[in-house]
Design a protein around this ligand. Sequence first.
Ligand code: AKG
Length: 397
Amino acid sequence: MSSAERRAERLAAHLSAALPSSSSPSTAAVTARPLAPAGCAAAAPAAAAAATTDAPAAVGDNAAGHLTLMAQKRAAFQQNPPPRAAFLQHGSIPFFDIRDASEVDAAYKAELHAAFFDGAGCLGLKRVFAPGVMDRYNAWCEGILLGPGGTGAANMTHPKQPDKFVINDLLERLSVDDPSLLMELIANPVYNAVMDALLGFMTIGAITTHWIKPHGARQRSHVDFPLHVGSGKFWEASPAKMMRLTTPYQLDHVLPYYSVQAIVASDAMDAVNGSTECVPFSQHIPGLDRRVHEPGFYASMEGQFVNTTLGQGDVFIFNRGLCHRGGRNTTGVRRNSCIMQCVWLWGIGQHKIDADAILGNLRDSGCASFAALTPEQLADLTLRLKKPYPIDTTVSN
Ligand SMILES: O=C(O)CCC(=O)C(=O)O
């Protein structure tokens, strides 16, 4: 055996051991893609073989191959759908109807995790927020966005979807304007239990209003924070910078687990008024974070998008690595929503959040639902807003 072959074998064993243990045999069987970083060409076939003994024929690393890969993933998912899912929207997106957080036990958590990461890369939750809560939220947004000078601020237009208003400092504002409404949004037991199932412990990275104006155009297809290279000054719109600062392994095997996005439908939404459009199963395409910037790949995703259909108060949760975009509003009425960027406990959130001010405002407001929190619930809510690290070693260590 040559040294290159020995190196390939060692890498194959290493990568095979690193496969997520939650993969069921049926989902592992369709994980037929090279796992080795680019530049380790000799290792890739060995790694794939080690990972998938009964895998279907490997698909090509080209547009046709990517479509085949997604079709294989969809077929496997449809054959073995999550048992507790109420239905699969578009035959792909599992929707769950959880009435009480106590339902989300360890088995349910494992099911949600597998359905999300091994499946379509997204899931829906029915009836999480009461219509009355959503109406209150919409009225609050209207007061800001339609009030005097409301939309004048530079940071109140979405940087990549010009026909969309945003309220970025929602947490800070709402903690002053309507603390009990804020508690409804950030202390929903079902929502938080599902997010904890996906992230271990969910912390809030950002909460922003996304209001697509009447007749607003759709957004460009993209993936999300922290690798939304087309958005955010740090990336300088440079996929090369992203590749310099990450390994291929991180792109495909670490960062998909780091952050989760959720859109809360404060208005019911579908294809007509610009609901979120996504390509189910696209998070399985190797190197998607990079490819989405290649014109040929970008074009190959057209025709694969589906629009989510959400009732008022439903939630659509999606993998940050899923190809998606804000939809086109064909109506003369706005489409409003609240988008949450959630990140695991050890990750950096998308926005700077003034957690001390928010928690102080909630406490000082006398808000009944905040005052009623048990010490454990208060500790959890605090942790969702405020990281325990880094520690200040000038104070203690
Ligand atoms: O508004 C939506 O439906 C999705 C928004 C989105 O993907 C974004 O703003 O990056």
